[in-house]
Design a binder for this molecule. Structure first.
Ligand code: HEM
Length: 329
């Protein structure tokens, strides 16, 4: 674990390294060793790959994929290619060395009814690694940001963890499921700063459908913009404030009883929503509980506008969030 005796640490980077190692281990039976080698290429390549997606979307929208190789910045195209090569190498390594424990790949490879080609396995690897690491790291970073900028809530979350556990070894996936306040902090952070901030498009089927009282013709792409719906005053009371309590049952019903909780769906909704949601909560609660148990946390100067400074390229641009961690007194 990182200590900031030498100064602040970029918590975005350390969460990203942690979640990448976890998903790599679960999916491929091979932790990538990112926490021991913070300068490995995976994170930078994945960041550049995310940025390159806007060029693909643009060219698809205008039906001009052939233009891509001229308009997309070369560095982004190169990062995308490097990412695919690294994924292909990872898949090959896993195919050569069968895993001692059951990983996600075991189930895919054991499936004899639908055998996947190498190319399909690489795309599947990409889905697991990209969907399963950056998203959780983003939610964790946002939770730390909002806690560090709201010291009263931070103390409440720390209190819950330290009163529940007397020793670090007792902090497990099973035992952290009882941390209601911490879970509410994560939910509130994902409301204000959803890891997938945009509206994931879906096409209206057939000739069209009525949506919210308006007819929308078939073939139209529709979606609910998560960042906007999470922060809309008509969905949430005191919408711009970080108030984890709104996610907890309260009696008598609080001022948040009228919140439209369903308007916020960070894991999407319906048959193609996130298959990793339960895993994500388990992983986030475990990481966050261990961090708050062991460290006192303070935000570094100049970080107050962290959320408003970053751009969105399908997902958030990765800019550092500097915090000071000191071993609890
Ligand atoms: C806070 C953490 C996470 C968030 C906010 C999140 C969010 C999402 C969202 C919004 C989608 C729908 C994407 C779309 O419709 O295009 C999705 C899909 C998916 N997620 Fe997650 N995710 C998280 C963690 C994970 C984890 C840990 C895994 C690990 C396995 C994972 C695996 C997937 C996969 C494989 C899909 C595609 C499902 C499908 O197409 O049927 N996610 N996720």
């Amino acid at each position: 674990m990182v200590r900031s005796r030498e100064g602040p640490v970029d918590i975005v980077k350390w969460f990203s390294l942690t979640t990448f190692d976890i998903i790599s281990d679960l999916a491929f039976g091979q932790p990538e060793g990112c926490l021991d080698n913070a300068d490995q290429p995976w994170l930078s390549v994945m960041g550049a790959r995310a940025k390159s997606i806007v060029w693909y979307q643009l060219s698809i929208y205008y039906r001009a994929e052939w233009l891509l190789k001229w308009i997309a910045p070369k560095s982004l195209t190169a990062a995308r290619q490097q990412h695919m090569q690294m994924l292909a190498a990872k898949v090959q390594r896993r195919l050569k060395e069968s895993s001692h424990t059951k990983d996600f790949m075991s189930y895919i490879l054991d499936n004899k009814t639908e055998k996947l080609t190498n190319a399909e396995l690489v795309v599947m690897a990409s889905a697991f690694l990209v969907a399963g690491s950056g998203t959780s790291a983003r939610a964790l970073s946002a939770t730390i940001f909002y806690l560090a900028t709201n010291p009263v809530k931070l103390q409440k979350a720390i209190g819950e963890v330290r009163n529940t556990f007397q020793e670090a070894e007792a902090i497990t996936i099973r035992s952290t499921s009882q941390l209601r306040y911490l879970q509410a902090c994560i939910d509130e952070a994902m409301r204000l700063h959803p890891p997938q901030p945009g509206g994931l498009p879906r096409f209206v089927p057939g000739v069209g459908e009525e949506i919210e009282g308006k007819f929308v013709p078939g073939g139209t792409a529709v979606g609910v913009h998560q960042l906007s719906s999470g922060q809309a005053d008509w969905n949430f009371s005191r919408a711009k404030e970080f108030i984890p309590e709104r996610w907890l049952e309260q009696s008598p019903p609080s001022e948040f009883a009228g919140d439209d909780r369903g308007s916020r769906q960070p894991f999407s909704y319906g048959p193609r929503n996130c298959i990793g949601m339960n895993l994500a909560y388990a992983e986030m609660l475990l990481i966050m509980a261990k961090l708050l148990f062991a460290f006192d946390i303070e935000q570094d100067e100049g970080m107050n506008d962290w959320t408003s400074r970053q751009k969105i390229y399908l997902t958030w641009e990765q800019i550092p969030l500097l915090v000071r961690l000191s071993v609890r007194g």
